[in-house]
Write a protein that binds this ligand. Sequence first.
Ligand SMILES: Nc1nc2c(c(=O)[nH]1)N[C@H]1C(S)=C(S)[C@@H](COP(=O)(O)OP(=O)(O)OC[C@H]3O[C@@H](n4cnc5c(=O)[nH]c(N)nc54)[C@H](O)[C@@H]3O)O[C@H]1N2
Ligand SMILES: Nc1nc2c(c(=O)[nH]1)N[C@H]1C(S)=C(S)[C@@H](COP(=O)(O)OP(=O)(O)OC[C@H]3O[C@@H](n4cnc5c(=O)[nH]c(N)nc54)[C@H](O)[C@@H]3O)O[C@H]1N2
Ligand code: SF4
Ligand SMILES: [Mo]
Length: 676
Amino acid sequence: MAAAETVKTTCPRDCYDACGITVTRKNGIIANVLGDKDHAISRGALCGKCAIAYNGAWRDTALRLATPLKRIGAKGKGEFKAISWAEALGQIAAKFHDLIDRGAARTILHTHYTGTVGLLGGAYPVRLFNRIGATEVDPDTVCNKAGHAALELVFGNSLEGFDPRTARDSKTILVWGANPSHSAPHQDKFWLKEARAAGARIIVIDPIGHDTAKAADIHLKLMPGTDAALAFALLNVLHSKGLTDKAFLAAHTIGWQELVPVIEAMTPARASTLCGVPKTLIEEAAIAYGAGPSLLWLGQGVQRQPTGGNVFRAIAALVAFTGNLGKAGAGFCYMNGTGSRGIDMTTLTVPSLARNGASSISHMDLAATLEDPAKANAFVNWNNNPAASSPDQGRLRRALERDDLFHVAIDLFRTDTTAYADIVLPAASFLEFNDLVMPYFDLTVSAQVKAADPPGIALSNQEIFRRLARVMGYDDPELFETDEALISRLLAQTPYRGSFADLARIGTATLFPQPRIQFAEFVFPTPSGRIELASRRAEDQGLPRVPLPHADARPADGRVRILSPASLWLMNSSYGNDKVIRRRLGPPTITLHPDDAAEAGFAEGDPILLANENGRLALAVTISDMTQRGVGIVHKGRWPGASAGDANINVLVSGRKSDMAESTTVHGTEVRLLHP
Ligand SMILES: Nc1nc2c(c(=O)[nH]1)N[C@H]1C(S)=C(S)[C@@H](COP(=O)(O)OP(=O)(O)OC[C@H]3O[C@@H](n4cnc5c(=O)[nH]c(N)nc54)[C@H](O)[C@@H]3O)O[C@H]1N2
Ligand SMILES: Nc1nc2c(c(=O)[nH]1)N[C@H]1C(S)=C(S)[C@@H](COP(=O)(O)OP(=O)(O)OC[C@H]3O[C@@H](n4cnc5c(=O)[nH]c(N)nc54)[C@H](O)[C@@H]3O)O[C@H]1N2
Ligand code: SF4
Ligand SMILES: [Mo]
């Protein structure tokens, strides 16, 4: 029998859970990757998708990239030959220098996002792009930026959420536009269910009846894009019954009086018509949330709407009018940022390296920018698979075919995006290097610990960019800082007092002995120092002074609104190449309400063609009343290359920007249902 040893590490995917992992090695080789039974969140089991993929595709040497590659076929065909690191980095450096010398450094674009959200793997490469003066495609614009911008306007900070441990003092937990049963499976199974068992009422506000909604006490199944009207109706109930917290409003907010006429006009009866939610449920939910102490989990799905910023400002007003802040069991959480544990992200990205200033564009403009030789001469994607994940897929892929666009793709696998690259660089996975993970729900810090060597000559993102900086001839010390030195500097910024080796032994450290109270001091980093319900800054940005009670119109002319939220079996586009996961998923589908399916003449399993001004997509029909009339569900993350028509749902998604922060409006997509 081979001697087995175990390594504790952490899942660094873009997931609320940040599960503790136990890797078992035999003779230095990974035998399996399982949930750490001592870890407070994973409690011995990873989610289904990672349990499969970390023991499948992610350790499959036939699938993993093991050496740099150079394109030998046409762009998009995925034909490559292996080359050395010296040749790959030499060619990249020469091209970058040529552009820098021509004063065109800004036409070097880079996208990055959720491959890993470990601190180093997720941010260190930004240093070199800063030094070059390249253009960053702002990652959050494809995910959650509208919500951040709105919360920042109202509270001055979007990155200090509630401490989940404070749920023990909560009477109500409101999950608004998130689907924990898919996107935070352990928080759903343990945190939420245990809070309910301890007596908290769970309210879910979501257009679809997912498993978290099914298990809730109240589900407000509203039409997508009608949340602001609903928020004002909840306020109407509380205001008309005299249940708002006037002392809190007087002490900690400005501008609340300006909202009162809007609140008075949005009766539950009116909202019921606009949102499609029974009036009695609006009343019941308002009273439960208002009584408090209540927690509000602000999902990312709800703000991926054309008026997503306004929606968040309206929901924020509900927090303020009920005084659900600054006390045990109360608060809201969009995300707990690294700053909540002391981390200064500029330590990682070193913006001062950007001697000529930094520039960035929205992901919504990626396709239009890449197709324009005046704006884009070089493109690097790392931790990101834009040919699968970004909007305007058809246009984006045509832009990636440009022969005069120098394209470098850094990934673990050959993806739909790497197929277009001139140079593909093989990245090490999180199992193959040390890093720190900061969960964005719990206020802890975790170690990501190397458990194996990378395949072939693959390297971590950090090492790739250190080597590229050397070949480019830079001498700024920040471009060469070792992982070890950076990890200890970062760890020292947190309240954790041990070394990385100490953290590696325990996996995850609790940083605050007692649950933290969100905004305990009632200090809001806004211009007024208070919660700004009416906002001068909003006006200065061309936005309304106060949030509006807006509700999107229902889709007309037989069109259906498509929601493409997180899939149970995929992590964004990751795992789409794992054969076991592909079997579980079956062919790509749209879920339609029985009445929509009947009206359009579709039965279960029928082929269907979705069409709009952006493109067409062939799928199979499934029918379920988990959705509602006028709303279809097509989960995100399928690999275009493994799907009919070489496309996924993003072929139908436009680059339309939200009302705030040039952010995604993916859940505002409408399509026609056609018989193929
Ligand atoms: N399994 C799995 N987990 C993941 C991911 C994954 O791909 N797969 N992705 C990760 C990432 S990057 C992110 S950002 C998070 C996202 O996780 P969540 O915050 O849960 O966001 P989504 O999955 O996009 O959508 C959540 C819900 O928003 C709802 N929604 C859509 N439009 C509206 C609306 O107008 N109003 C309301 N009230 N609700 C609406 C959808 O019906 C859906 O149920 O998940 C992370 N976790
Ligand atoms: N239709 C629709 N589209 C969406 C969304 C939606 O709700 N609907 N959600 C959006 C959201 S929330 C997000 S966050 C984006 C996410 O979009 P992406 O950032 O594209 O997310 P992933 O699919 O996880 O892609 C990450 C890539 O990084 C690679 N990778 C993993 N680890 C490493 C590493 O250590 N180094 C390197 N170099 N690569 C690595 C993976 O193999 C994968 O190809 O998608 C967006 N797209
Ligand atoms: S993706 Fe989330 S649920 Fe799955 S193992 Fe990673 S942290 Fe846990
Ligand atoms: Mo995301």
